[in-house]
Design a binder for this molecule. Structure first.
Ligand code: PLP
Length: 423
């Protein structure tokens, strides 16, 4: 076959874009070379429906070993009793959990998307809001912190079958114990989606939901710095509360129900090349080197938050416990959309984001979300955060000045050239 130069040229162009810019998208990171190598390996050729030792295809001896290592490393990393490493993405992991524990039309209670939640936690445009009956809690307007009283009130009134905690744009830790206590009052299950802070949780820098929440999901590609993918875990495998039986007449464990909800419930063959890359990333995350990395992510986030506040930016909740910050630009005379565009012209990549109680639409927004996971992978430290905030501020103040934005871009490109991505 002729090499598809059209696509390879575009991949090279994307690599240059990643090399040249300052990547502040909170959900992105840069994987190691060995993670990428596994993701691009011959394992992409293999079908392996089923689980290690219980496949529907022959020739699975090697991928069985790989997937078993991935499962064992995930369990060790988070202190889980059970894990399924097959979900193709975070959304797929959540789809499997919802399929496992709910019937169509059941009530769920999640964190409002417009306050920082995720689409899969009940948004009306997502399967989770179409197939189930969603209710939402949010943050308090004055503090920007989760309104646990509201969560409790709605839970006691509506009696959802599932309470979902976790977020895409919330910079503080969660009170998992409280949520579990509320769930126990109404006989609900709790799902914690730790997609964003999972790297901190793995290394003990934020609270671990596994002892409190029945089921935990995460993406593997954010702070965890693995390939794009999902993971489902439980701290304690338990008998399903509905008394569903196995063909042998025993009450089914939740692990069996969740495994079945991944395959055949929502997916076909697992991506064994991605599972190998997950296994490598989990191995990396078990190391002291990763502990130093994730500790630096936090230091950088603190330094960036302080520098932003010093320049008059309003951070929702006033600061951060993790890698991300939600910046409310209402006092800066610029929308999230225009800020994203201006920063993009300076090769600083962020995403526009609704802020709680936003009066603008999701296409315009009053805020931007930034995170330090990716720039920390490039070796940047606290003092660099002050410089980055200087660039951000200059670009936002002068967002109509194309010459100045180009000037910042040149400075950004020269600076990032000193921090090569893949040496
Ligand atoms: N859950 C949360 C909290 C997320 O932030 C995201 C992605 O941003 C997802 C789930 C979905 O992950 P994916 O994009 O891999 O489907």
């Amino acid at each position: 076959m002729k090499r598809d130069q059209l696509i390879f040229n575009l991949i090279e162009k994307e690599q240059e874009r990643q090399e040249n810019g300052i990547e502040l998208i909170a959900s992105e990171n840069f994987v190691s070379k060995q993670v990428m190598e596994a993701a691009g390996s011959v394992l992409t050729n293999k079908y392996a429906e089923g689980l290690p030792g219980k496949r529907y295809y022959g020739g699975c001896e090697v991928v069985d070993e790989i997937e078993t290592i991935a499962i064992e490393r995930a369990k060790e990393l988070f202190g889980a009793a059970w894990a399924n490493v097959q979900p193709h993405s975070g959304a797929q992991a959540n789809a499997a959990v919802l399929l496992a524990v709910l019937n169509a039309g059941d009530k769920i209670l999640g964190f409002d998307l417009s306050h920082g939640g995720h689409l899969t936690h009940g948004s009306p445009v997502n399967f989770s809001g179409k197939l189930y009956q969603p209710f939402f809690y949010g943050v308090q307007e004055e503090t920007g912190l989760i309104d646990y009283k509201q969560l409790e009130e709605i839970a006691l009134r509506e009696k959802p079958k599932l309470i979902i905690c976790g977020a895409s744009a919330y910079s503080r830790d969660w009170d998992y114990e409280f949520i579990r206590a509320v769930a126990d009052e109404i006989g609900a299950l709790v799902l914690a989606d730790i997609s964003h802070p999972s790297g901190f949780i793995a290394k003990g820098l934020l609270k671990n939901p596994l002892p409190h929440c029945h089921i935990v999901t995460t993406t593997t590609h954010k702070t965890l710095r693995g390939p794009r993918g999902g993971l489902i875990m439980m701290g304690n495998d338990f008998e399903n509360p509905w008394g569903l039986k196995t063909p042998k007449g025993e009450v089914k464990k939740m692990s069996a129900i969740l495994d079945g909800a991944v395959f055949p419930g929502t997916q076909g063959g697992p991506l064994e090349h991605i599972i190998a890359a997950k296994a490598i990333a989990f191995g990396e995350a078990l190391s002291d080197e990763y502990k130093a990395y994730i500790t630096q992510v936090k230091r950088n986030a603190d330094a960036m938050a302080q520098a932003l506040v010093a320049k008059g930016y309003h951070l929702i909740s006033g600061g951060t416990d993790n890698h991300l910050m939600l910046i409310d630009l209402s006092n800066k005379d610029i929308t999230g959309k225009l800020a994203e565009e201006a920063l993009g012209k300076a090769d600083i990549t962020v995403n526009k984001n609704m802020v709680p109680f936003d009066k603008r639409s999701p296409f315009v927004t009053s805020g931007i979300r930034v995170g330090t996971a990716a720039i920390t992978s490039r070796g940047l430290v606290e003092t660099d955060m002050v410089q980055i905030v200087g660039f951000i501020d200059e670009a936002i103040i002068n967002h109509k000045d194309e010459t100045l934005l180009k000037d910042i871009r040149n400075k950004v490109n020269a600076w990032m050239a000193k921090h090569p991505l893949y040496k």
